[in-house]
Design a protein. Structure first.
Length: 618
């Protein structure tokens, strides 16, 4: 563990914490901010038009293109003109509220333009995970999505890459649009043709009909069932969330214009709403990062960070693990990274104390200040951020406190609370699935998000809440002892750092807890000194097995009971499966689905005597 030198935090203005606490006789607690929510903008297209007039030449989006990967930049003024043309093209095709635009490919300038054009025309934008097209073998989820939303237009960046997925769909009455190459054997229109449309009065008429209750996006979440649900995101939800973000962290006139480099997918609420929409609201610049927090693709992120110095940076913990290692070995990269940085953020999973300390040690070394690590909490159904840590804190794993305009009901379940939400950011329901909508809310209209939390200090709720995992993930050992999976998973990953990237916690109705774990390949290669080693070679390497055993043995020595001790570990070679519903787009592992799919590995964990591939922890 790296110690953090004493240093002040880089200055950020925060909304004062002023939380009303209602304690009910049934044990439920309702938290709400006493600060009223400021009036949000009417809709997202208004923000693009504002900046097109105020800063027409300022770069809104940048993405590497061409053989040498030069940055292609799009200013606010040019973006507005192109959005108007595309909106007219959508109206000419007869699209409307009941005929959404489906976007199958990943983040791109064209993806952004079509999203804004659809919303301006009053047409819901429905971004779909590219994994459903490119990684799936059966395209079952993609077909289910199409049957559910019945889109009028489909966008793909490269028609050749998406041809197999498109051929699996019923495209009768659907316009297919390609940006780069046309799909072979399928009728499609070129992107350039749509952009060449001359906008007319119909664009302004359509925009005048867009209001707070207009459906802006349909975002897909599968939860634990594997069946896609289309979450309605209205303009009111998304714009209220923007107002909350700006209110909890007020912007100062002398703040630098926001610069962000980000990879998080726009088909997911964190990338598509919490980041994309906030950049638009602030009039900043978003650099589209083609990298990913994976061995190999992360080199693209590092290349970008050598050229782009962000004012705000967000990633999942796996990404920070790779970034910290790179910054520790490259002072020039680190100096550039921290030079303009005002805020760090994490999501998707809890950041480990080890990573927090390493990043803060780097920040102090290169700036003389610590950088606040910020996180928010919410879901696709809350557009997304309902609570956040809008104060200086050194504790990781918090979900913060409610934003203005949000009520958080805490329902006691043993030593923790089930979280439920009510407010202007909560979805009106699921598209064409009324039975799922009804089941998602309690009798007071609170959305049942399925997460659990505990207080940092029950006597002082203003200290915030700690994430305590998914309610459905927890289980009992054979002894009847409850195991709280969320905190234990985080603690185990931290204890075995840097060997483990993620883990499944097993043990329901068993005598002890065991882990199925995915190795952190890059860290394992560095630890073994074998940069070309395969995953099979790494999981069997004595140095990796010993580091795993020693780290978890130390964790067990500090544990206070059987609900926290880990007896065995098996490192896996197969990555999480999209088709198997094991992995969400933000990188969170569906524990129950993955344990069910890997039942044979669970059996190996508990075999007597354990096999050679199982690490037994003292």
């Amino acid at each position: 563990m790296t110690d953090v030198p004493a240093a002040p935090f880089r200055k950020i203005d925060w909304l004062p914490r002023d939380i009303a606490v209602e304690r009910r006789t049934d044990g439920c607690i309702v938290l709400r901010s006493r600060t009223p929510l400021k009036t949000p903008p009417p809709h997202l297209p208004q923000l693009l038009r504002h900046w097109a007039q105020a800063r027409p030449g300022h770069t809104w989006l940048a993405q590497r293109r061409g053989p040498v990967g030069a940055w292609r930049r799009l200013g606010y003024g040019d973006a507005k003109a192109r959005v108007d043309a595309l909106a007219q093209a959508l109206l000419d095709l007869g699209l409307g509220p009941d005929r959404p635009v489906a976007i199958l490919s990943g983040n791109s300038i064209e993806h952004a333009l079509l999203t804004m054009a659809a919303m301006q025309a009053g047409v819901p934008a429905a971004p779909v995970s590219p994994a459903y097209s490119l990684l799936s073998q059966d395209h079952a989820k993609l077909r289910a999505i199409f049957e559910l939303i019945r889109p009028g237009l489909v966008l793909v960046q490269d028609g050749v890459l998406f041809a197999k997925a498109l051929s699996a769909l019923d495209l009768r009455g659907v316009t297919v649009v390609h940006v780069d190459r046309a799909p072979e054997g399928l009728a499609s229109r070129a992107w350039a043709e749509l952009e060449a449309t001359v906008p007319g009065a119909a664009v302004e008429s359509a925009l005048a009909r867009v209001g707070p209750d207009t459906v802006g996006k349909l975002l897909f979440t599968s939860g634990s069932t594997g069946s896609p649900k289309a979450v309605i995101n209205t303009q009111r939800m998304m714009c209220a969330n923007l107002a909350m973000a700006q209110q909890t962290r007020p912007r100062r006139p002398d703040d630098p214009l926001p610069v962000v480099l980000d990879w998080m997918p726009w088909n997911h609420t964190m990338g598509g709403n919490a980041l994309f929409n906030v950049i638009l609201a602030d009039g900043g610049t978003l650099y589209v990062d083609e990298g990913r927090p994976l061995p190999g693709p992360f080199e693209t992120t590092l290349r970008n960070l050598r050229e782009v110095h962000p004012t705000y940076y967000a990633n999942v913990p796996a990404g920070y693990a790779m970034l910290a290692t790179a910054l520790e070995h490259d002072d020039d990269l680190a100096r550039g990274f921290f030079s303009q940085l005002g805020l760090l953020a994490y999501g998707g999973a809890t950041l480990s104390d080890d990573l927090y300390r390493r990043m803060q040690a780097l920040a102090v070394k290169h700036t003389g200040h610590r950088i606040v690590f910020f996180t928010g909490w919410g879901s696709t159904e809350t557009a997304p951020t309902a609570t956040s840590t809008y104060w200086e804190t050194e504790r990781v794993g918090l979900i913060g406190l409610p934003h203005p305009g949000v009520e958080l009901k805490l329902v006691p379940i043993g030593p923790k609370y089930e979280c439920r939400l009510r407010g202007v950011i909560v979805t009106p329901g699921y598209h064409r699935q009324p039975e799922l909508t009804a089941a998602a809310f309690d009798d007071e209209g609170f959305y049942k998000i399925g997460d659990a939390a505990t207080f940092v200090d029950p006597a002082d709720p203003a200290q915030g809440l700690v994430f305590a995992g998914r309610v459905v993930e927890d289980f009992k050992l054979a002894s009847g002892t409850f195991v709280h999976v969320g905190p234990l998973r985080v603690a185990a990953i931290a204890a075995a750092s840097p060997v483990i990237q993620d883990a499944l916690v097993a043990g329901q109705d068993r005598d002890f807890i065991a882990l199925l774990a995915w190795p952190n390949l890059e860290a394992c290669r560095q630890l073994t000194g074998q940069p070309q080693a395969t995953i099979a070679e790494l999981v069997a390497h004595p140095a990796i097995r010993e580091r795993l055993r020693a780290g978890l043995a130390a964790h067990n020595a500090a544990a206070t009971g059987s609900s926290q001790r880990i007896a065995r570990v098996l490192l896996m070679t197969e990555p999480p499966s999209i088709d198997g519903n094991e992995l969400t787009d933000k990188g969170y592992i569906n524990q129950r689905a993955a344990l069910h799919r890997r039942a044979d590995l669970v059996q190996r964990l508990y075999a007597e005597p354990p096999g050679d591939d199982v690490t037994v922890v003292a």
